[in-house]
Design a binder for this molecule. Structure first.
Ligand code: ADP
Length: 460
């Protein structure tokens, strides 16, 4: 049987460019698909920050990554915008990228059975396939799976920008692009795709509601029969404390005590008191309202006034930078605030922390909890989206569960979950059992890659 041919289109792919979880997925799912026998290629823009020469590279054993080169559009350091906000030509940039994804297939003579699109930056691909390329025999058998990584980012532009897409104005209607008088790329992409998925079963249900659908719940309801949720995995070769060269001392579920060697070295590096007995609470996140940082803001003072250490890594909204900068000044002894993007520091935080916080207002999937498990760090999460699908409350009586969870979006509920985690941390025997257990959980791509293949086969 011929191999299934898939083109994965993404605006960010690890290890070339990353602002969030989308890059992790687009860089690791293809490797799992390759291992499962799919002929998979990836396409992404070549930003100036991409450290690779030429117009293609290889990830995994032999997965080709095609770079779309355009100095004017992508010869910039950041992906979508700078400190002044989104780049004003984002519609030109990603319309170009989407056209190029199709043209590149032709130039490479790669006839995909499936184009797997991700988020609004690639939403024009299914639209172009059904309009400009509708009668192009090259794509006669090509079908599109569109994966939503976050409903809150839809690619919305002023009506006046519509001509940049290169399509007839008759598509500027509420059936396709029009969204409250503006152009909405994701909306048209959802209408034209053969199947739609999102990154966890719970989020697939949530986005059909007013609360989480971000205005597109109506469109999604009309497409409910082709909508499903597949939980993300993580690349367990990349995220592996047994081989991670960036941490101080490698360890596995058989040598969990070596986790504390990491913690003590890290405490020293950060200028915190070196003491394995002090619980270290980590948080790595984009600093955005989505992430529940307002809940943290209300209780962090109380938490820092107890015997804990708090290590934060993140960048994002200025209001959070101000908040955390203030915290760094008032609690220099037990708070380490790192307002930047730093992959190496992230690895050290995952390895050294005892507890990891993800209090998100909503979370399509979330990767931090899975990476935490892998490094024997216990997550405290809000029960939403993929967090709900992967973390369950630990019960010290039965030993069931793998973390600490809260449902109501309130600082009180969050604080109580943190306290339960801190209480358990003091019970050394049970805590060690718990961290040994979570390190053995399997959140690799294996099962989810299989589900994607089933979905590709269903629509091809
Ligand atoms: P999102 O995609 O909404 O940002 P995810 O949990 O899906 O959230 O993915 C976030 C990923 O980005 C994780 O791998 C996390 O460790 C990483 N990350 C977030 N902020 C930073 C940062 N400032 N430095 C390094 N890694 C970060």
């Amino acid at each position: 049987m011929e191999k299934l041919k898939v083109l994965m289109a993404s605006s960010e792919v690890v290890p070339f460019a990353k602002t969030g979880g989308l890059a992790d997925v687009a860089g690791s799912l293809p490797i799992a698909l390759e291992a499962a026998g799919v002929d998979i290629r990836v396409i992404m823009p070549k930003y100036s920050s991409v450290k690779a020469s030429g117009s293609e590279a290889i990830i995994g054993k032999n997965v080709k990554v095609y770079f779309v080169e355009n100095e004017e559009y992508f010869g910039r350091k950041e992906l979508y915008g700078d400190k002044f906000g989104d780049y004003p030509d984002n519609l030109d940039r990603f319309a170009f990228f989407s056209r190029e994804a199709l043209e590149r297939c032709k130039r490479e003579n790669f006839k995909p059975d499936i184009i797997h699109c991700n988020d609004w930056q690639t939403a024009l691909i299914p639209v172009y396939l059904n309009t400009i390329y509708k009668y192009d025999p090259f794509f006669a058998k090509t079908r599109v799976l569109f994966t939503i990584h976050n409903m809150a980012y839809q690619g919305i532009f002023a009506k006046e920008e519509f001509p940049k897409i290169g399509l007839d104005w008759n598509l500027f209607t509420i059936q396709y692009f029009e969204f409250y008088g503006k152009v909405n790329l994701m909306k048209a992409g959802l209408v034209y795709s053969d199947a739609i998925s999102t990154v966890s079963p719970t989020y697939a249900k949530e986005i059909l509601t007013d609360e989480f659908g971000c205005g597109l719940e109506g469109v999604l309801k009309t497409r409910e029969s082709v909508l499903s949720g597949i939980l993300n995995g993580i690349d367990t070769d990349v995220w592996d404390p047994a081989t991670d060269k960036k941490i101080f001392k490698q360890y596995s579920s058989k040598t969990v005590m070596d986790k504390y060697a990491n913690k003590e070295k890290f405490q020293k590096e950060l200028g915190l008191k070196v003491d394995g007995e002090i619980p270290m609470i980590g948080l790595i996140s984009r600093l955005a309202d989505q992430k529940g940082l307002d809940l943290l803001a209300k209780i962090i003072e109380d938490i820092l006034n107890t015997k804990v250490q708090f290590v934060l890594l993140g960048t994002g909204d200025n209001k959070y930078h101000i908040l955390f900068e203030k915290m760094a000044k008032t609690h220099p002894k037990n708070a380490s605030i790192n307002l930047k993007f730093d992959a190496v520091l992230a690895q050290k935080i995952y390895a050294s922390s005892d507890i990891f916080l993800i209090p998100s207002r909503y979370e399509p999937c979330g990767l931090g909890q899975m990476i935490s498990f892998r490094y024997g760090t216990v997550p405290v999460v809000r029960e939403t989206g993929g967090l709900k699908d992967s973390v369950t409350e630990f019960d010290p009586k039965t030993g069931s569960g793998n973390g600490f969870t809260f449902s109501e979006y309130s600082s009180k509920a969050f604080h109580s979950a943190i306290k339960r985690a801190l209480d358990l941390f003091r019970n050394k025997t049970v805590w060690e059992k718990l961290i040994t257990k979570v390190m053995k959980l399997d959140y690799s791509w294996g099962a989810s890659a299989g589900e994607y293949i089933k979905l590709y086969e269903k629509i091809s």
